[in-house]
Design a protein around this ligand. Structure first.
Ligand code: ASN
Ligand code: ZN
Length: 332
């Protein structure tokens, strides 16, 4: 047995500047195990696809900010997981993905120039590729929060990953990704209603997804239609992402942290936002108390109205805003 002292390492991340990461000291070596957050571990897949080696370091200063250093992606991943842990704990009183205080695992450098990241229940872990040219790892704050939230969804509403329930599953990850990013308020990666704006997946600086008007990506749905269950879950998610934006910020034009938004409604109705904090509380309550594996959009409307009624009262402005925001995205 070796005593493990709780440490706070210094990380030089690629996307978020100089950050702190949780580490432990074992003998004379530091390990990238976050003992303040359920012993969440960060492993190096070293371009393989299974296993992985726990990151260790001699001086507790991790990464260089450049993707050429093997620790850099680990810093971003560990930082993002830490922010997501803190978000669920501090905002929703949930300790860890399952609410049992246990950390998960992050694995970086999956495969070669792999342009994706994913969550797996089987390893209770999230895995990140290095992106185009192994130069843009998929380890930004929002992507980490998106993947970790898939773990939370699996442990709660567990909406089946196809059809409309799959869209709600995907949107839950985008919604809490935005929430974590806003809460973190990192100077180099301020909160926004965009997904993947740092990882340049399109190669032209545009984000992967937009919550104010999801169709800006060329594929996502702004509004519900009877075809919503037949499109990729990353496109049907647009309906709930758009709902969340409308509920938080309202319809029309708005600039937040320097990003300009312009959110329409299907029927031209005006929606007045109730603020992101309340919208997050309502979505979390619906996810953890009402959503099930088969929840569709019509049911999600009922569940979120009920969640808002639980939290703020049946005739509250908040419950009415939830109904109005769903109507705005054609979920009636
Ligand atoms: N990055 C994707 C996601 O988390 C992977 C997938 O398609 N499941 O949604
Ligand atoms: Zn996802």
């Amino acid at each position: 047995y070796q005593h493990q002292a709780i440490e706070t390492g210094t990380g030089n991340s690629q996307y978020s500047g100089k950050v702190t990461v949780g580490s432990v000291k074992s003998g004379s070596t530091f390990q990238l195990t976050d003992s303040g957050r359920g012993n969440h571990k960060t492993l190096d897949l070293n371009h393989g696809s299974s296993g992985g080696k726990l990151y260790t370091d001699a001086d507790d200063v991790w990464g260089t900010g450049k993707p050429s250093n093997t620790q850099t992606a680990a810093v971003d991943a560990a930082y993002g997981a830490g922010l997501t842990w803190d978000y669920y704990k501090n905002v929703h009183g949930r300790s860890g993905i399952k609410g049992d205080g246990k950390g998960a695992t992050s694995r970086v450098h999956y495969g070669n120039a792999y342009v994706n990241a994913f969550w797996q229940d089987s390893c209770f872990c999230m895995t990140y590729g290095d992106g185009e040219g192994n130069a843009k790892p998929l380890t930004s704050i929002d992507v980490a929060a998106h993947e970790m939230t898939h773990g939370v969804t699996s442990a709660t509403g567990n909406m089946e990953y196809s059809g409309e329930s799959g869209g709600l599953n995907e949107a839950t990850s985008d919604i809490f990704a935005a929430a974590v990013e806003f809460k973190a308020n990192n100077a180099l990666d301020k909160g926004d209603y965009l997904v993947g704006e740092k990882i340049d997946i399109n190669g032209d600086g545009t984000p992967l997804r937009y919550m104010d008007k999801p169709s800006k990506d060329g594929s996502s749905l702004d509004y519900w239609s009877s075809n919503a269950g037949n499109v990729d879950v990353h496109y049907s998610s647009g309906i709930a992402n758009h709902f969340f934006y409308l509920l938080s910020e309202g319809s029309g034009k708005k600039t937040i942290n320097g990003v300009a938004y312009d959110s329409p409604t299907k029927d031209g109705s005006k929606v007045t936002g109730i603020g992101r904090d309340k919208a997050e509380k309502i979505w979390f309550k619906a996810l953890t108390s009402y959503f099930t594996s088969t929840t569709n959009y019509a049911q999600a409307r009922k569940d979120t109205v009920k969640a808002a009624s639980d939290l703020y009262g049946a005739n509250s402005a908040e419950a009415k805003a939830v109904a109005a925001a769903w109507t705005g995205v054609n979920v009636k």
